[in-house]
Write a protein that binds this ligand. Structure first.
Ligand SMILES: NC(=O)c1ccc[n+]([C@@H]2O[C@H](COP(=O)([O-])OP(=O)(O)OC[C@H]3O[C@@H](n4cnc5c(N)ncnc54)[C@H](O)[C@@H]3O)[C@@H](O)[C@H]2O)c1
Length: 354
């Protein structure tokens, strides 16, 4: 698999996105988010998304010429319409507006409707935590989902992810997770590699458990697809419950919607919440508690075979440091598709080829 430096991954994104019609500024925002996803190891949200985005622009679902607008606001909350601009651009707007409000009032909520795919949620919550905020972000899928209700057969819910971040010294705690057993991209990667997936991730079209990723997409093709299961295995009613609550707030209250048939898969409704920690507790006191807490967790007894307990976000932070050093590998097929896309929009990537 070809290897790329972090800078090259960013430049690939920038050039292709400008070729697709984004302004250089918007292309920079989106390319940075794609690179960040590759660096932390969530490759399903990295530059492999460029092909999907090109298709969505072609189909008229992504509108790079628009800009998100504030529909209603008070000093502590706002409702935005993303106007189907790139979700990363809309979310960058939402986050800076939320931080501006929370810096004055101590707390802020921002809801977004008509938003396209925002990518990795943890990137936004982490940025807020870097500035001293406790931040929560939830995303619903207003269009068709891929996840069944607990005990159900129909694909009603999205993977409805949730991310929560908070400062921890010079770094951050970053929980960033789907409320389904797994992100759909992880099944797709196994499908493309021809590898089985762990039991309990998906069911086939008839509701039978399966480890064949092809069953999620219709096996054989053109037959009804299977579905992802809600997070929790036998206790999947917990992931299902979280997902429903996210649909209520990020979907229904935001006006983004649920089960919409006029949207493709991948559109997002947003609920962003920010709390300025220092307005509630003195930073020194917070840091003291956190140190004590982390050391309590890290030094606690471990199960057989476990050498270290990792905190939320730690695995991604380590992978990022490693990939900045060693580079990012892309599957041959992904690199072939990116080069073909670049050529179709008259952009050269020859100088970035490994
Ligand atoms: N925009 C969207 O519509 C959308 C939809 C779905 C998922 N996503 C993104 O997909 C990405 C992948 O989600 P996921 O649920 O597959 O993530 P995951 O299962 O890889 O990780 C979930 C969480 O568990 C933590 N974690 C992982 N291994 C750990 C370990 N050994 N010990 C302690 N903590 C550990 C991670 O730090 C993370 O906070 C996320 O970035 C999410 O935001 C986005």
């Amino acid at each position: 698999m070809p290897m790329f430096s972090s800078d090259a991954i960013l430049e690939i994104g920038r050039r292709v996105l400008v070729g697709l019609g984004l302004t250089p500024n918007d292309a920079e925002i989106v390319a940075n988010e794609l690179r960040d996803a590759n660096l932390v190891g969530h490759d399903s949200h990295g530059v492999m998304r460029l092909m999907q985005y090109a298709g969505s622009i072609r189909d008229g679902h992504m509108k790079p010429e628009t800009q998100s607008v504030v529909l209603t606001e008070t000093p502590s909350w706002a409702l935005l319409d993303g106007q189907f601009q790139f979700g990363q651009v809309t979310m960058t707007h939402a986050l800076s507006l939320g931080i501006e409000k929370a810096s004055k009032t101590g707390t802020a909520t921002v809801l977004v409707r008509n938003c396209n795919h925002v990518g990795r949620l943890g990137s936004y919550t982490e940025r807020a935590a870097q500035q001293g905020y406790f931040c929560l972000m939830c995303v619903n899928a207003p269009g068709p989902g891929g996840v069944t209700p607990y005990g159900g057969l129909d694909r009603i819910l999205g993977t409805n992810p949730i991310s929560i971040a908070a400062p921890y010294g010079k770094t951050q705690f970053v929980l960033d997770m789907t409320t389904s057993m797994v992100a759909e991209g992880k099944v797709r990667v196994a499908f493309q590699k021809g590898e089985p997936i762990p039991a309990g991730w998906i069911i086939d079209a008839k509701g039978n458990p399966t480890t064949n990723p092809a069953d999620l997409y219709g096996n054989p093709p053109e037959t009804p697809p299977g579905a992802l299961l809600p997070l929790g295995g036998e206790l999947g009613f917990k992931g299902f419950g979280l997902s429903v609550m996210i649909d209520l707030l990020a979907g229904i209250v935001s006006g983004s919607g649920i089960m919409r048939t006029d949207l493709p898969r991948g559109a997002n409704g947003i609920w962003l919440y920010l709390l300025d920690i220092k307005s509630i507790i003195p930073p020194a006191e917070y840091d003291e508690w956190i140190e004590k807490y982390v050391s309590g967790i890290k030094n606690s007894r471990k199960q057989p075979g476990v050498t270290e307990i990792l905190l939320p976000g730690e695995i991604e932070q380590r992978r990022k440091a490693q990939r900045i050093e060693e580079g990012v590998s892309l599957p041959d097929e992904t690199w072939r598709q990116i080069k073909a896309l670049a050529e179709s929009v008259k952009v050269t990537l020859d100088d970035l080829s490994p």
